[in-house]
Ligand binder design. Structure first.
Ligand code: SN0
Length: 320
């Protein structure tokens, strides 16, 4: 595997889930693979789970992780080409990328959407520069449009907890005080479309996900109707993807607290499990009683981040 962005990069999902099971059962069985190998983890934005689970996955594989926080430990980096660098950014990605990749075998990048320029974000401009100028396998640790390590961990979690062969999985938008990227719902939709599940997306009008990710998924604008009979409820906020109106890209279109997932919502499901990628704003996205209930999977879901990351790194090491 040369890069990890899309569900297609992992190949057959059944085989990937089987491999995840093995990695979880015997995490240290491939320690030889990473011997004398280095992974660089570059963070342009904050992280808790991604940072720790990626380091843990690398260590399980016998690899040395180096973590760099851009703008805190390093110079602030310019990401756009052709600009006069007379501001606060001291170094350009064009030099920084080949320098960073000269010290490592694999590289993982966290670089959130700026939510200002849809074209810049949806072209994955920053990540593409790492591929072009880095020459090393690249893992998206949440980039402008995707968060594949999260979606893979979500699928592993659904596989572990499902009580039916083809469970109903509902992705529901929920309110948030800040404008957030679409990376998590984009990847979740992309992976659920490829998985053996009955997948439904629900959100207020204007929040339609890019068809590249939403694909043929059913969209139901009535949240309660969407949740009826659900086996898994996956809550997430995202800002306007700008599909129908590009001028509204990255904006907050709704603050309707009626969408906060609470006991009233869970009551119409089929005793569903609750999922969220974290970090979560309690009593905005989900009520305390739902996230604290025995059907909440947020902690095992986060724990599976180390498993998904390890499968991805393992495959990359195997194809070096
Ligand atoms: C990020 C997002 O893409 O929604 C990361 C999720 C894994 N979430 C946030 O930035 C939340 C920030 C906040 O203030 O709640």
């Amino acid at each position: 595997m040369k890069s990890f962005f899309h569900v297609s990069d992992i190949g057959d999902l059944g085989a990937a889930l089987e491999e995840a099971k093995q990695v979880k059962a015997t995490p240290f069985a491939w320690k030889h693979l990473g011997q004398d190998k280095t992974i660089m983890l570059v963070f342009f934005n904050s992280s808790l789970r991604t940072r720790l689970s990626s380091q843990k996955a690398a260590l399980n594989l016998g690899m040395n992780p180096i973590v760099l926080n851009i703008g805190q430990d390093s110079w602030k980096l310019e990401t756009e080409m052709g600009v006069v660098m007379d501001g606060d950014k001291s170094e350009h990605l064009r030099e920084a990328i080949p320098v960073m990749t000269s010290y490592c075998d694999l590289i993982g990048i966290r670089s959130f959407a700026g939510l200002k320029d849809r074209e810049f974000d949806y072209q994955e401009t920053v990540l593409r520069q790492f591929i072009e100028y880095g020459g090393k396998p690249v893992i998206s640790l949440e980039s402008a449009t995707v968060h594949p390590c999260q979606a893979f961990a979500d699928l592993i979690t659904i596989e572990e907890y499902k009580e039916k062969k083809r469970p109903k999985v509902v992705l529901t938008w929920a309110p948030h005080p800040r404008a957030l990227p679409q990376a998590v719902p984009n990847s979740f939709a992309e992976w659920m479309n490829a998985a053996e599940v009955d997948f439904v997306i629900t959100h207020p009008h204007g929040y339609e996900l890019d068809p590249l990710f939403a694909g043929p998924a059913r969209v139901e604008y009535d949240q309660m109707k969407a949740l009826e009979g659900a086996d898994f409820v996956y809550a997430k906020n995202w800002s306007c993807p700008g599909v129908t109106d590009p001028s509204r890209y990255g904006q907050i279109l709704s603050t309707d607290m009626g969408w906060t997932v609470d006991a009233r919502h869970m009551a119409v499901t089929d005793h569903a499990f609750f999922m969220h990628c974290l970090p979560v704003r309690r009593n905005m996205i989900v009520s305390d009683d739902v996230i604290d209930s025995p059907r909440s999977l947020v902690i095992p879901e986060a724990a599976n981040r180390a498993v998904s990351a390890q499968v991805v790194m393992k495959r990359m090491l195997e194809s070096l």
